[in-house]
Design a binder for this molecule. Structure first.
Ligand SMILES: Cc1cc2nc3c(=O)[nH]c(=O)nc-3n(C[C@H](O)[C@H](O)[C@H](O)COP(=O)(O)O)c2cc1C
Length: 320
């Protein structure tokens, strides 16, 4: 029987058995999905953002479905680092997959406090630094929109947890995402992930009021995929560190597009709400694609985009 292709990837020092990751905020703390997904099959999963103290999040309504995705303004509700370390981590560190802890703060000191507490923890494969949340008043996105602040917070977190691989999560709500990626690479990031949500809005026309209590929210899902793909391609050709591609990935064909564009791994978010088994289907689809195209290693696919001649025929990209 022919050998199956190699799916293993290394993302900035994080060893993954395949390039498929469950994205932050859409997969709880992992265990919530264990009824649907054999978590040990995932390349990695990223926890909900964790802050130095528990955060209650925003008032409802916090979620609204849109025509090709959803808007959310959760406001980074989370249990806080202490409860994460005592209640969540002991249970998830037993899983045979890479666990990445997403961290968030209003100020650099808050990010640093969380990173320090994670620095010596077994079972934390890496830290994802969220400098891109559009739904909190301070911190979050305001770091990620400024190259100097992005580099500064990256460096501070890297110093606080020097042994943990650091992924910095970028916002699409900027003019030049590659410039921010370069800044965080300079600050010591081991990898970047993108994109977080695009700021959007919905209005109830009878009430003439915003649907979300926060007025604006973050758009995710299939609607943002072309924007995400473009940004991943731009960043992957600019920085030397690996890229995790995120944004609207709903099927294996979407994931393959991101890998071709230069992502070393992909993270799946909103699609988990529609089909909780989608991550596994994407792993299997990538494997079948590699076999079909006679590739022995997923690295033959990563960054393999050919741009010299225009394509006249389009392979259907439907997610059925
Ligand atoms: C309900 C919800 C909560 C999220 N929470 C977080 C979070 O805590 N930290 C973070 O970095 N990203 C968070 N995200 C962003 C996702 O991880 C992802 O970057 C974004 O949704 C785009 O991917 P998608 O289109 O596959 O959902 C959240 C997204 C959603 C929909």
């Amino acid at each position: 029987m022919p050998k199956l292709p190699n799916l293993r990837v290394n993302v900035g020092g994080i060893e993954m058995k395949n390039p498929v990751v469950a994205a932050s905020g859409t997969f709880g703390y992992g265990l919530e999905f264990s009824r649907f997904v054999d978590l040990s099959r995932l390349g990695a999963f990223v926890t909900k953002g964790v802050s130095s103290r528990p955060w209650p999040g925003n008032r409802p309504a916090r979620i609204v479905e849109t025509r090709a995705g959803m808007l959310n303004a959760i406001g980074l509700q989370n249990v806080g680092i202490e409860a994460f370390l005592t209640d969540k981590l002991p249970r998830i560190r037993k899983l045979d997959t890479a666990i990445i802890v997403n961290i968030v703060g209003r100020e650099i000191d808050e990010y640093v406090a969380v990173a320090k507490k994670l620095s010596g923890q077994d079972g934390v494969a890496g830290i994802e630094l969220n400098i891109s949340c559009p739904n909190i008043k301070q911190g979050g996105i305001s770091f990620g929109q400024n190259p100097n602040l992005s580099a500064e917070v990256t460096q501070a977190v890297k110093n606080a947890a020097p042994k943990k691989p650091l992924i910095v999560k970028l916002t699409p709500n900027v003019t030049d995402v590659a410039a921010i990626a370069l800044a965080v690479e300079r600050g010591g990031a081991d990898a970047v992930s993108l994109i977080n949500t695009l700021t959007g809005m919905a209005i109830d026309i009878d009430a003439r009021r915003p649907v979300l209590a926060n007025i604006t929210g973050g758009l995710s899902g299939p609607a943002i995929k072309p924007v995400a793909l473009r940004m991943v391609w731009q960043v992957a050709r600019t920085v030397k560190i690996p890229v995790i591609g995120i944004g609207g990935i709903s099927c294996w064909q979407d994931a393959v597009e991101f890998l071709i564009a230069g992502a070393t791994a992909v993270a799946v978010g909103t699609a988990n709400f529609i089909n909780p088994k989608v991550t596994i289907e994407i792993i299997e689809g990538i494997e079948r694609y590699l076999v079909k195209h006679k590739m022995r290693d997923v690295y033959q696919l990563i960054g393999s985009l050919v741009t010299d001649e225009p394509n006249t025929q389009r392979t259907p990209d439907c997610c059925t």
